[in-house]
Design a binder for this molecule. Structure first.
Ligand code: HEC
Length: 141
């Protein structure tokens, strides 16, 4: 019965968070982001905090897909790197502060996500690199 159910739910599609357009307001385009920092943030954060989710095969399998869809919808609402340039200075400042505390506290990326997306997990060094650069950016605003 469980198997039948698992097969059955594959027919309920999820909406795709995907877009081909390179957004002019993207965080990486409007800031002079070092390649290393860019790689870390795109790998660990962009699936949920941008208009483009990279969907490996297991994310097309239910119920994983529903679960991710929910995170993407919520994550984007709170912070969308693609819309960075449209944020007010005040909002940028508060988001950068929040990014720092989320990473410091190990809240982001969500553990339920890194459970399957091992490559998104931040090592100690990666955390340090990102935190240092984000703090510098915040001070320069
Ligand atoms: C699996 C999806 C997912 C990934 C990956 C992810 N986030 Fe999030 N993020 C969320 C969701 C959902 C929320 C809102 C609910 C919550 O706080 O749990 C959120 C909230 C946030 C907030 C709070 C925004 C605010 O207004 O205070 C920040 C900052 C944030 N994420 C930064 C990051 C950073 C930086 C990364 C990468 C290191 C990251 N997130 C990776 C899903 C994700």
């Amino acid at each position: 019965m469980f198997l039948v159910g698992l097969v059955g739910i594959q027919f309920f599609p999820t909406s795709r968070n995907q877009s081909d357009t390179i957004v002019k307001t993207d965080f990486m385009l409007v800031n002079d982001v070092p390649k290393q920092v860019e790689n870390i943030i795109t790998t660990s954060c962009y699936d949920c905090h941008s208009n483009n989710t990279d969907y490996p095969w297991y994310n097309k399998v239910q119920p994983v897909a529903w679960f991710l869809e929910d995170h993407v919808a919520h994550g984007k609402e709170e912070l969308n790197f693609n819309e960075w340039a449209d944020y007010s200075s005040r909002r940028k400042n508060s988001k950068l502060k929040s990014i720092i505390s989320q990473i410091e506290d190990g809240e982001m990326p969500l553990w339920s996500y890194t459970l399957i997306h091992r490559e998104a997990e931040l090592s100690k060094d990666e955390k340090k690199i990102v935190l240092e650069w984000i703090s510098k950016l915040k001070d320069s605003l």
